[in-house]
Every structure is written in structure tokens, then in C-alpha cells.
Design a protein around this ligand. Structure first.
Ligand SMILES: Nc1nc2c(c(=O)[nH]1)N[C@H]1C(S)=C(S)[C@@H](COP(=O)(O)OP(=O)(O)OC[C@H]3O[C@@H](n4cnc5c(N)ncnc54)[C@H](O)[C@@H]3O)O[C@H]1N2
Ligand code: MOO
Ligand SMILES: [Mg+2]
Length: 411
């Protein structure tokens, strides 16, 4: 099965979770659970774009430096105040940026183009230049008419979304619930983080790496712990988790063909439907997944880098779709290979890489050690470079696609 086929199968099984309401200040990074329309036009009143004077341009039709026009200033209009008077022939109003333009006025002339004269207790503004009708006035509805769809369900709330929600009066926002993702690690070699090192054993790094990846994807990780490679115990634990309130279950380790690869056995024997247990890719070829009563169970590889890649390609899009995101395909960026890639591959390879721009072009190069068992190179990677199957490798300069790793598998 190809990566694309496997993703399509998984995404067919993932329905958005229910919605919850959160305070607007807590909504950043969450996904909207409802679309948002304007109730009023934006802006909802004619707004001045400058500090100056609201005028009738017909009063300035014949104005020039030799023949200035003098208008009587009948009102001062600060922001937030409704004007009291209409501007009629020969009149003007002092007005501030953001304030409501009075009836009758059809332009705002900026203060720097005018001169204010006080004469017999009256304020007179002297103008020497013409302005076009509409100058420095933002018309009603310039940005959006009443009833405009401004945000769609599933969009991720950023700073701009927050400004829109605030201006529309959303102190609380409907967002999708964070999917709960249970993480279970398998392996008799696994130590707790605080355990002293023992010969032949390792600490359980995958669970914590996955926890970080789940948070980055918008999910809520549940660290269930680790179990030895003991089939009856694993089976009991897995059915308990499948019946729990977790939205997804992710396991690590034990999916290959080894004597103690208990997850591979489980996926052969369980009551659920195994969607795939082998993917045409490296690393992570033994990545396995299935569904049990509409709940997905992922068996990711134990090898840290294979586990990482399996999560990015398959679990991340599911977590995103559970929050209403539209996940159609992995979003890739076209780059030049910055160095030769000479490894022979029978399958597409998702190489941990670093991508950057130089002279207006994007480049990507593999980082560190490319082995599935590697841990240290993971922190260097900001992308996965997609290397198609090759018998000869690719020279530097060739075009490749990359998948950015800044949480950007989909918009
Ligand atoms: N004869 C074959 N051997 C292997 C094959 C194969 O096709 N034929 N596939 C290889 C590939 S590819 C991969 S990937 C791995 C998959 O291994 P498993 O998913 O079965 O994982 P384990 O056997 O449990 O462990 C592998 C490796 O990862 C370490 N590990 C496990 N859990 C963790 C953890 N929580 N944190 C950190 N590291 C972990 C474990 O100690 C092992 O070193 O199989 C190849 N073999
Ligand atoms: O598929 Mo394995 O992840 O290459 O090492
Ligand atoms: Mg194994």
C-alpha cells in the first residue's frame, strides 16, 4: 500500500469530534467548530481615515492657492461619538481618525493641507487645494457586507482570526474538542525516564516524542505508560484503551516480524479491522493501523525515527481531521536537492531534512544520520524530503518535494 492510499483509508475513518466553547484568549491554535458571519457591515459607519476636516467637495470646486476657500467649523467629532450636525454649504467639521463622518460631508481633508483661523469667536478652516469626493472616507461595508462569511469551521485560529472574532463580539468561541490520544509503549527493554541505565536497556523516548507531536497537532496526549512484550497483558491493555474515552490509540514498537513483536500478532488476531500492516515507504515500512468500533489504533514502529515519520504521515492528519480541518493531501514545497543523494531505494523514502531559501530558491538537504534507529538527527529536521524510488540516486540540484515539519501537513 502506498502512503497516499493509507492516508485516504485512515481519513475515511476520522469524523470531527464534538465542539466545546472556550474563552477567546484560550482559542489561539484551536480550530473553529462553526462558521462566522458578520452581523453588521465592516465598517458599520462612514469612517474618517485622517485627522482633519469633514467637507463637501462641491465647496472646493474652484479652490486653488490664489483663491483659498474658507469654511466654518461647526462641530468637533472625536472617535466614538455620533455627529450632531449635517454639513451644509460653507460648513465643515473637525474630525479625528476613526471618527464617524457627518451627513453631508463627502471627503475628509487632512489637517496638514489646511490652516485654522479664529475670527470673531468662530473657527474657520482655510483650504487651498481640491480633494476628490470620497477622499479619506472608508465607506460602510468596505471590508465586508452584512452577512459575509468571514471564518469557516475547521480554520485554525491565529492572531488575525482572533482580531476578527473580537471585533464581532465573540468573548467565547466554539472550537473542536482536543482529540485525546492515548500513547502506549511496548518493549521489555524500556526503562522509565528516572530509572538508572541498565545494560541493554533504553529509556522510553518515543512516548515523550509522540506526546510533543500530538500537542503540536492540536491533540491532548495521554501517557498510558509502557508494557513489556507480554502478549496477554498487551491484549488486555489494548482492549481497555479501545473501550476508554480516548479518541485514538497510538502504540510504539513490536510491529515487525521479531519473536517479541506483539503488536504484529495483535493486529492479526484482534476483533477490529486492520487497514494496513505494511507501507511502501522508508522509514516506517511496518507501520500498522486498524479500526475497532470507529476508533483508530495505530501501531507505530519502535525505531525512533520511523516512529516520528509514521506519526507525521499518518497520525497528524487524523488528529487534524478530528478537529474539523480539511486534510486533502500532504502539502509539499518544491526544493532543489542541496547535495547528492546516492542511496538506492526500492520505495519512496521520507528523509529527515533541513530546508532553507537562498537567492530566491528553496533548497533541502538531509540531516545527520538517516537510520530509523537514530534519535539525535531528529531535532535538526524541519522537513521530510520525499525521495522517489531510485536505483542511481539523485544529483545535487535535482527537484524534490518536501513536507515541512512546522505542523504544516495541512492548512
Ligand atoms: N527481519 C526483519 N527485521 C526487521 C524488519 C524486517 O522487515 N525484517 N523491519 C525493520 C524495520 S524497517 C523496522 S522500522 C523495525 C520495526 O521494529 P518494531 O516496530 O518491531 O519495534 P521493536 O522491535 O519493538 O523495536 C525496534 C527498536 O526500537 C527501539 N524502541 C522501541 N520502543 C522504543 C521506545 N518507546 N523509545 C525508544 N526506542 C524504542 C527498540 O529498543 C529497538 O531498538 O524492525 C526492523 N527489523
Ligand atoms: O521502516 Mo524501518 O522504519 O526502515 O527502519
Ligand atoms: Mg521488532
Amino acid at each position: 500500500m502506498t502512503v497516499e492510499q493509507a492516508r485516504a483509508l485512515l481519513l475515511r475513518c476520522a469524523q470531527p469530534a464534538d465542539a466545546v466553547e472556550v474563552e477567546l484568549v484560550d482559542a489561539f491554535g484551536r480550530r473553529l467548530a462553526a462558521s462566522v458571519q458578520t452581523e453588521e457591515p465592516i465598517p458599520h459607519f462612514r469612517r474618517s481615515g485622517m485627522d482633519g476636516y469633514a467637507v463637501r467637495t462641491s465647496d472646493l470646486a474652484n479652490v486653488n492657492a490664489a483663491a483659498p476657500v474658507e469654511l466654518e467649523v461647526i462641530e468637533h467629532i472625536p472617535c466614538g461619538v455620533e455627529p450632531q450636525y449635517m454639513i451644509t454649504v460653507g460648513k465643515a467639521a473637525r474630525i479625528m481618525t476613526g471618527a464617524m463622518v457627518p451627513e453631508g460631508a463627502d471627503a475628509v481633508i487632512m489637517q496638514e493641507m489646511t490652516e485654522l483661523v479664529e475670527s470673531e469667536g468662530r473657527s474657520i478652516v482655510r483650504i487651498q487645494k481640491k480633494v476628490a469626493s470620497g477622499t479619506n472616507i472608508t465607506p460602510i461595508g468596505e471590508e465586508a457586507r452584512e452577512g459575509t462569511l468571514v471564518l469557516e469551521a475547521g480554520e485554525r485560529i491565529g492572531a488575525g482570526h482572533t482580531a476578527i472574532l473580537a471585533s464581532l463580539g465573540y468573548s467565547r468561541v466554539p472550537v473542536y474538542r482536543k482529540p485525546k490520544v492515548a500513547i502506549l509503549s511496548t518493549g521489555s527493554e524500556l526503562l522509565q525516564l528516572s530509572d538508572p541505565m541498565q545494560m541493554g536497556k533504553i529509556r522510553n523516548s518515543n512516548a515523550y516524542m509522540l506526546s510533543a507531536q500530538i500537542i503540536a497537532a492540536g491533540g491532548q496526549p495521554q501517557l498510558i505508560g509502557q508494557i513489556p512484550d507480554d502478549y496477554p497483558r498487551a491484549e488486555q491493555m489494548l482492549y481497555d484503551l479501545l473501550s476508554s474515552d480516548a479518541d485514538l490509540i497510538v502504540t510504539t514498537g513490536g510491529v515487525s516480524v521479531g519473536d517479541y513483536d506483539i503488536m504484529a500478532d495483535f493486529f492479526l488476531r484482534w476483533e477490529g479491522t486492520t487497514l494496513f500492516n505494511k507501507i511502501a515507504m522508508r522509514p516506517g515500512s511496518p507501520t500498522t493501523a486498524g479500526s475497532w468500533r470507529n476508533k483508530l489504533l495505530f501501531g507505530l514502529s519502535g525505531n525512533p525515527s520511523a516512529c516520528f515519520v509514521g506519526f507525521e504521515l499518518f497520525v497528524r492528519p487524523v488528529i487534524q481531521q478530528l478537529q474539523g480541518a480539511v486534510v486533502d493531501h500532504a502539502q509539499t514545497v518544491t526544493c532543489h536537492l542541496a547535495v547528492d543523494y546516492k542511496k538506492v531505494n526500492a520505495y519512496p523514502r521520507y528523509v529527515r531534512g533541513y530546508w532553507y531559501s537562498n537567492g530566491g530558491e528553496h533548497y533541502a538537504k538531509p540531516v545527520g544520520r538517516d537510520k530509523s534507529s537514530a534519535i539525535l538527527s531528529l531535532k535538526e529536521a524541519n522537513c521530510l524530503i520525499v525521495i522517489p524510488p531510485t536505483k542511481t540516486g539523485f544529483p545535487a540540484g535535482d527537484i524534490v518535494q518536501i513536507i515541512p515539519l512546522d505542523g504544516a501537513m495541512s492548512k
